[in-house]
Each structure stands twice: as C-alpha cells, then as structure tokens.
Design a protein. Structure first.
Length: 151
C-alpha cells in the first residue's frame, strides 16, 4: 500500500453554494450613489437657509443703523450719508460672512408709513437651488425701522 494520496477533484460546490457572491459591491455602488445625492441635497438646503438668514440679518442691521442716523423732524427726510452708511453696513456684513459670491443688489429709502417716519432696506440676491432638481431662486430680504427723530 502506498501512502500517496490521490489528488482531489475540484468541485464547483463553492460557487454553487453562494450564488450571490459579488453582489455586495453592486449594492454598495447603488446605495452610495443615492446617499451622495441625498447628502448633496441636504447641504444645498442648509446653505440656502444660511444665506437667507445672513441676508435678513444684514438688512435688519442696516435698517437699525439708518434709523439712528441724523434726521430732520419736520420733513422725515434722511441725509444721503445715512442711506449710504446703511448700504455700506449691509455690504460689509455680507462681505464678511459670504464674500463676493452672491450677486446682490441693495436699495435703501426713507418713507412715511402709517404716519411714522421709517427706513426701509431691500437686499435681493440669487440663491443656489438644489442640485439636479431646481434652478437659482431669487430671494428678497426687507427690513424696516422707525426713525429716531431728534428735536
């Protein structure tokens, strides 16, 4: 008798035992693509909300500054320097927090509203939309403040 073992014949049993071999890679690719789109959409929504908050706060700060500026009590008119200071305040707030990335316009005016002298500042900007879904949206932030008349 010889101690030499006979060579085993290969069987396809291992391939037949797990017919789903390699499907994990396909599942990962499909799932990661969906999660990537979901993550990009969530980031776009958060960025859009942040930009809206920054624009609203810049308009509010500029309106408050314009309301405290020098105003003549008789005509409810404000000097151009106060209006320019309000616009400059809004631009500097936006410049610090956002930079030069937005295409915004800033308008400032003094008006009489319900018998009160008020300032109004309007900031309009184009905000980015959701990726693959929507386009650029136009956002308008308005702020009003009652003038502090000096007598």
């Amino acid at each position: 008798m010889s101690n030499i073992a006979k060579p085993r014949q290969r069987s396809n049993r291992s391939a037949r035992a797990n017919p789903e071999a390699g499907s994990a890679v396909v599942d990962f690719v499909l799932t990661s693509f969906a999660l990537l789109i979901l993550f990009a959409s969530a980031m776009a929504i958060v960025t859009n909300l942040y930009l809206r908050t920054v624009l609203t706060n810049a308009a509010t700060d500029a309106a408050r500054l314009m309301a405290r500026a020098d105003v003549s009590s008789s005509e409810c008119e404000q000097s151009d320097t106060a209006t320019q200071a309000g616009v400059a305040t809004a631009r500097s707030s936006l410049g610090m927090l956002i930079g030069e990335k937005l295409d915004e316009t800033i308008e400032a005016a003094t008006q009489k509203l319900d018998g009160l002298c008020t300032t109004e500042i309007i900031i309009t900007a184009n905000l980015p939309g959701l990726p693959l879904v929507s386009h650029i949206t136009r956002f308008e932030a308005r702020a009003h403040a009652t003038l502090e008349l000096q007598q």
